[in-house]
Structures are given as C-alpha cells and as structure tokens.
Design a protein around this ligand. Structure first.
Ligand code: APR
Length: 251
C-alpha cells in the first residue's frame, strides 16, 4: 500500500524546490533525546537554567558541562535512515534544501552538505569577546569544562542560538526564500513549539507548497499539512523515497 497518492508523487517529482524542515525527532532513532517528548531533555533539565545567556553568565561551568555531555552523546550517535534519505535526495537534486533546528551534526555526517543549521551546531564554539569561531574537536577544545579563545583568550560559549537570542539573519532570509519558492515542504520530527521554524513551514504551505509531516504525534502544523504520517522518520522517509524513486537505492 503506497503512502502517497499519484498527484502528490507527481508534485514531488516535478518540484523546482523541495524543503526538508527537521527537528529533534529525526535524531531520536539515533539515540539522541528530543526536548519535549517522553524522556526529553526538558523533562530532566530546565531550559532557563542551561540554554540562555543569563544561565551562562551565572554559571558558565554548568552550561559547558551540560553541552560537553550532550556533545558526547551526539559524537557517539550515528546518522539514521532518515538523515541518509535526505542526504541522498540532496545528492540527486540541487533543488533540495535542508533547514534543521538540530545542533547534533548528524545531517552533515549523513552527507548533507548544503544545510541551514538554524540553531547552530553543538561542535562549534564562539568567543564571547571577539566572536571568533572554533570547531571544539578539530581545534582541540574538547576537554571538559571552560574553553578559551585561541586569539584573545576570552571565554568561549557554545555556538548555539539560546532562548531569547536572535537568529542569524542571513540564514533566516535564505530559509524564508527557500520556503516561499518550494512546491513541497517535509516537516519532520518537530513539535513546532518554536515559532520561527513553525512559521517557515506555514509560509511554504501558504505559498502553495504541499506539506508532508512525519511525526508519531500531531502538532499545530498538522492541520495545514496535505499528509501526516504517524510514525518514525527513519522508517517512513525511506518508504517515501522508494515511491518517488522506485528501484533507486539510497546511497
Ligand atoms: N520520527 C519523527 N518524529 C519523531 C520521532 C521519530 N522517530 N521521535 C519523536 N518525534 C517527534 C516528537 O513526537 C516531537 O513532536 O519529534 C518531535 C520533537 O519535538 P521537540 O522535542 O520539541 O524538538 P524540536 O521540535 O526539534 O524542538 C525545537 O526547541 O528546545 C528548543 O532549540 C531547541 O531545536 C530545539 C527546538
């Protein structure tokens, strides 16, 4: 039994632009906890205590400790079939854009090289004074605890967009453009609790794109989606790939 009807398959095959918008759920099958689901990170920690500038000013040690712990989980995790399917789609067509809320680095490791990491990347750090950026592992900064700028020796912070902070305007502008130009928007593994990514999906649909949501739960975007698949993205995305590109392997 096919998941997608013929008309949707045709729209996907003929699309000039497809946008994949992903959230923590796509990495759940890789063993990385989501934020708000069962066992989610925000069940065990308070976002206000860890993912804000005031939390960092109050106790930078605690914040680095938490991010060092999360980075270890991400480092040990592997991309799953959901990440790999999107990477294959991007290898097959230049007009596939990936916008992710995830900071876990699994999309680039799966082979997605043109992606927008709206909320930053847990493997990167930024100087609180001169804003120089570093790769925590490649630049030998992965010892637990406080990290210091190699240029001006000031304290480094995780290169992550914290609650209440501005998004990178360049990334945001590009994301709006992609969504406005898209004929298909896949919304995968996000509770749509954060307004900007949710509005991006709405913008795509308002501009005529068909929405395809993959999530075991419904969200406040579900009503505007043409299709909602109640399930795991690591299982459903490969099935959709096989329907759109029969007999073509995901590589
Ligand atoms: N496949 C698809 N969806 C899944 C899967 C799965 N295997 N497992 C869980 N989900 C869904 C959950 O049902 C939930 O709706 O993924 C969603 C995860 O939601 P959140 O934990 O809220 O994560 P996300 O939407 O990415 O959060 C957005 O909020 O805390 C901030 O900056 C943080 O980027 C994060 C943002």
């Amino acid at each position: 039994m096919d998941l997608l009807p013929k008309d949707s398959l045709e729209i996907i095959r003929n699309a000039d632009r497809i946008v994949f918008l992903t959230g923590a759920g796509i990495s759940n099958e890789s063993g990385i906890p989501t934020f708000r689901g069962e066992g989610g990170l925000w069940k065990n920690f308070r976002a206000e205590d860890l993912a804000t500038t005031s939390a960092f000013q109050k106790d930078p040690n605690l914040v680095w400790e938490w991010y060092d712990w999360r980075r270890g989980i991400c480092q040990n995790a592997k991309p799953n079939a959901g990440h790999l399917t999107i990477a294959s789609w991007q290898k097959k067509s230049k007009s596939v854009s990936l916008i992710t809320q995830n900071v876990d680095g699994l999309h680039p490791r799966a082979g997605s090289h043109s992606l927008i990491e709206l909320h930053g990347n847990i493997f990167k750090a930024r100087c609180t004074k001169c804003s120089e950026k570093f790769h925590i592992i490649d630049d030998g900064l992965d010892k637990p605890g406080l990290k210091y700028c190699k240029l001006c020796e000031s304290l480094l912070r995780p290169d992550i967009v914290w609650f209440g902070e501005e998004y990178n305007q360049t990334l945001l502008t590009k994301s709006w453009e992609y969504c406005k130009q898209s004929q298909v928007v896949f919304v995968i593994g996000t509770s749509a609790n954060v307004s900007v990514p949710a509005n991006l999906a709405q913008t795509a649909v308002r501009n005529g794109a068909i929405g395809i949501e993959i999530n075991p739960e419904e969200t406040n975007l579900t009503a505007s989606m043409k299709h909602h698949f109640d399930g795991k993205s690591g299982e459903i995305l490969p099935k959709i790939w096989n329907e759109v590109f029969p007999n073509e392997p995901i590589k």
